[in-house]
Design a protein around this ligand. Structure first.
Ligand SMILES: *Cc1c(COP(=O)(O)O)cnc(C)c1O
Length: 370
């Protein structure tokens, strides 16, 4: 018997998450905010972090972060709030907390890969429902899946990754209500609205949250501008958030994460200005893509654009040869055949991307007739 056979067979069959080496490239692959802190803010943050007691376990300073996030995100006063080491960790904790035998997670596909990954890690069953060909929710099939599988967790990313669109509100409401019907019939389930891209989106679920006790709203500071800090948060009815709180590792948010996040929220205006630039750059990229015969760009409410091309692997390689790193998402799902995902960068980076794509995408797109 080999020693590794101590691990679960499904773990042995997994692949670890690989981060592409981006050194020297224009990095447009991971929906990061391209702006860095100004030298003045860097110095100020350095002072703050230098003064933090690294020798102590995280203490009550986390309460200040809770308060700052409540104010920033306008969390309803009677709602609970739980913090994660990135929203990735919150997805993992929800799975841990809900993994009863036979429990199901439901999510549209293509979607954020972590819903499925963490679901399977805890032995829950994952049910993925394909989006329509133009990446809208397939309402009837989603509703049928809610009735058939009575999911404990239903994830709705608003906007979705990697498609970048905001799904039809009416269909989302139907899904929320269908899960609500399950709850009323004695089959409890939660809907998690994942708003990772709020800074760039025209709409949020926040105003509707109080109407639906079985809906949790998840956010992150990653796309806001702190991907390296790792801070996600989730709000919802107090007694539900309290259960997630029980499986949260006690010190999951380090003293450095806490202080850096507080600092960023004190300077939220700076990040809001950056989001404005990113949104206008997104529209500039869309306009440029619309003029390229070899590209079909999809509507975006995020800091990324999904684009269909003739040969996504070739476009990925050609951009890389020109020093630009993007994501070829074609392998994620059959609906994404020959799709690439472009993260909106700094104006000069987007100039370089547009020039390179205009050069690479001269051939008209031959979309399948099916
Ligand atoms: C990026 C992303 C997240 C995860 O972000 P964290 O960095 O773990 O906070 C969650 N959901 C979606 C849809 C995302 O795109």
């Amino acid at each position: 018997m080999s020693l590794t056979s101590v691990f679960r067979p499904d773990v042995l069959a997994m692949h670890a998450y690989v981060v592409q080496d981006a050194a020297g490239y224009i990095k447009l692959d991971a929906m990061e905010n391209p702006f860095t802190l100004s030298p003045a803010l860097q110095a100020e943050l350095g002072q703050r972090l230098g003064a933090v007691a690294l020798n102590r376990y995280p203490g009550t300073r986390i309460n200040d972060l809770h308060a700052a996030l409540r104010a920033y995100a306008q969390v309803p006063a009677d709602h609970g709030l739980v913090l994660g080491n990135g929203s990735d960790e919150l997805i993992s904790l929800l799975a841990v907390a809900c993994a009863k035998p036979g429990a199901v997670t439901l999510a549209p596909l293509p979607g954020f890969v972590m819903y499925e990954a963490f679901t399977k890690q805890v032995g829950m069953r994952f049910v993925g429902v394909p989006l329509t060909a133009d990446f809208e929710l397939d309402g009837p099939t989603m509703l049928a899946a809610v009735h058939e599988h009575r999911p404990a967790l239903t994830y709705i990313a608003y906007p979705n990754n990697p498609t970048a669109n905001l799904w039809d509100d009416a269909v989302i409401e139907q899904i929320v209500n269908a899960v609500g019907d399950n709850v009323a019939a004695g089959h409890p389930g939660l809907v998690v609205i994942d708003e990772a891209y709020t800074p760039f989106a025209s709409q949020s679920y926040l105003q509707r949250l109080s109407k639906h006790p079985h809906v949790l709203l998840m956010r992150t500071l990653s796309k806001f501008g702190l991907a390296g800090v790792r801070l996600g948060y989730m709000m919802g009815r107090k007694d539900l958030i309290e259960q997630v709180e029980k499986v949260r590792p006690p010190y999951n948010i380090s003293v450095l994460n806490t202080e850096a996040a507080l600092f960023a929220l004190e300077h939220a205006d700076v990040f809001a200005q950056q989001a404005e630039v990113i949104k206008s750059e997104r529209e500039r990229l869309q306009a440029a893509l619309a003029n390229m015969p070899g590209a079909k760009a999809y509507p975006s409410q995020a800091n990324m654009i999904l684009v269909r091309v003739n040969d996504s692997a070739a476009v990925f390689a050609a951009l890389k040869a020109r020093g630009i790193l993007i994501k070829n998402v074609a392998g994620l799902h059959r609906l994404l055949a020959n799709c690439i995902r472009l993260t909106v960068g700094l104006p000069a980076e987007n100039d370089a991307l547009i020039a390179a794509l205009a050069d690479i995408l001269r051939e008209p797109l031959n979309l399948p007739s099916a």
